[in-house]
Design a protein around this ligand. Structure first.
Ligand code: 5GP
Ligand code: MN
Length: 350
C-alpha cells in the first residue's frame, strides 16, 4: 500500500464523513500535543460532524493533562493499560484510523501491532521527521509547524464546516489545540512559526481561555516534583567539556521522592538555560533500560544523536529514545560514561 502525501485539508472532513467506525490513535507516553490533538479531533468529529469516534491511548497520561479529557462523550476514550481487549477490538474493527503525533506505528507502544494489522484506511497527521508514509493511505506531514495540534488546526480550518473561521471550531477543540501547541512549544519558547502565532491569535479571539490552560498545565504539579527537580539540579547535573549537560534519574531516587514517570516532563529543558550548554540529555530508569530525552540549541542535532546512540529520533532540536542494559551498556552504572563517550565522539570525533 503506497502512502499518498497531501497537505490540503479540504478533503479531510469528507474522508471522516464517509466512514462508520473512526478510531484516533496517539503515541506511547502521550504528551500535551498527543492528547491535545486527540481530544481536539474527537470533539470536532462529535460536535461538528455529528459522528462517534474513539480515542485510543496506549499508556496513562500525566495528571496535568487530564483536564483535556474532561467532557468527552462517555466511552469515547479507551486506555490500553486499563482496557486492552476493548482497545484492540476498536482498532481491529475500525473503518478509518487517524494516527496523531507519531511518525510510525512503532511509536505507539502496545497499539503498534493492532494498528499495523488493522484493515482500516489509515491517515497520518504528524510533524516529526521521517514519516513512515508507506504505512498510511493518506499522509498529512509537515515538520515546519510547532506541533501536531497546529497542523490539525490548519487542516480543520480548511474544512467546509469551519471555513477558515476559528469561532466555528467546537470550544473544546479550540482549547485542546491551544493546549497541545503550548506544551510542544514549551509555552512559546521554541518551534514557533508565523502560523503558530496566527493560530494562537485566532483561537484567543475565538474565546479560548489561555490563562486557564497555562494554569492547568504548569501550575498544578505536586510538591514532590519540584523538590526532585531541585535535588537533580543541585546533586546530579553534570556538564561535559563539550557542553553536554546530563542528569540520570535512577529508580531509587524516583521512589524516594515518590515520583511517577510523567512528573519528570520538562526537566530536560532546564540545563539549556546555561550559556555554555549546547545539548541536554535526561535519563530516567525503567525496567532494563533508560528512557532518554535529548534537547539541543540551534546548530546541534538532538535527532541525530538520538538516532545514532539512543535507538530513537524525533525532531531536530528535541528527540528521545531508549538506552538498554545490557544490550547497549553492560549495566546501569555505565550510563554516565556512555554519555560522555558518545557525545565526545559526536562533537569532537574522538
Ligand atoms: P520526549 O523527550 O519529550 O520524550 O520526546 C521528545 C521528542 O522525541 C518527541 O517528539 C518524541 O516524539 C520523540 N521521541 C521520544 N522518544 C522516542 C523514541 O523512543 N523514538 C523516536 N523515534 N522518537 C522519540
Ligand atoms: Mn508533537
Amino acid at each position: 500500500m503506497e502512502g499518498k502525501s497531501i497537505i490540503s485539508g479540504t478533503g479531510f472532513a469528507g474522508i471522516l464523513s464517509g466512514v462508520r467506525r473512526i478510531v484516533i490513535a496517539v503515541h506511547s507516553h502521550p504528551d500535551g500535543d498527543a492528547i491535545g490533538s486527540g481530544a481536539g479531533l474527537l470533539h470536532f468529529i462529535g460536535e461538528t460532524l455529528g459522528k462517534e469516534a474513539v480515542l485510543t491511548i496506549p499508556d496513562p497520561i500525566p495528571d496535568n493533562l487530564s483536564f483535556l479529557l474532561e467532557g468527552v462523550p462517555h466511552g469515547s476514550v479507551l486506555f490500553h493499560h486499563e482496557n486492552p481487549e476493548e482497545t484492540v477490538s476498536a482498532i481491529s474493527e475500525a473503518d478509518l484510523i487517524v494516527c496523531l503525533d507519531m511518525n510510525a506505528f512503532n511509536r505507539s507502544g502496545a497499539l503498534e501491532e493492532p494498528l499495523a494489522a488493522s484493515g482500516a484506511k489509515k491517515v497520518l497527521v504528524d510533524h516529526h521527521l521521517n514519516p513512515d508514509s508507506g504505512a498510511f493511505d493518506i499522509v498529512f506531514s509537515d515538520t515546519r509547524v510547532s506541533s501536531t495540534c497546529e497542523l490539525l488546526y490548519r487542516i480543520l480550518m480548511e474544512t467546509e464546516q469551519i471555513g477558515h473561521d476559528a469561532s466555528r471550531l467546537p470550544h473544546a477543540t479550540a482549547t485542546a489545540l491551544m493546549a497541545g501547541m503550548t506544551t510542544d512549544t514549551n509555552n512559546f519558547a521554541n518551534s514557533v512559526f508565523p502560523g503558530t502565532l496566527a493560530m494562537a491569535s485566532a483561537l484567543l479571539a475565538a474565546g479560548v481561555d489561555r490563562d486557564a490552560i497555562v494554569n492547568e498545565i504548569y501550575r498544578t504539579y505536586r510538591e514532590n516534583r519540584i523538590r526532585l527537580m531541585g535535588y537533580l539540579l543541585d546533586k546530579r547535573l553534570c556538564i561535559t567539556p563539550c557542553g553536554v549537560a546530563y542528569m540520570i534519574l535512577d529508580k531509587e531516587t524516583m521512589s524516594r521522592f515518590r515520583i511517577t514517570e510523567g512528573e519528570t516532563e520538562g526537566f530536560v529543558n532546564i540545563p539549556l538555560s546555561i550559556g555554555r550548554v549546547r545539548m541536554s540529555i535526561f535519563l530516567r530508569e525503567d525496567e532494563g533500560f533508560f528512557r532518554v530525552s535529548v534537547r539541543s540549541k540551534e546548530g546541534t542535532s538532538a535527532n541525530s544523536l538520538a538516532m545514532k546512540y539512543f535507538n530513537g529520533g524525533g525532531h531536530e532540536l528535541a528527540a528521545g529514545g531508549k538506552l538498554f542494559f545490557p544490550a547497549d551498556i553492560p549495566s546501569r552504572e555505565d550510563a554516565a560514561p556512555y554519555i560522555v563517550r558518545v557525545t565526545g565522539v559526536f562533537f569532537e570525533g574522538k
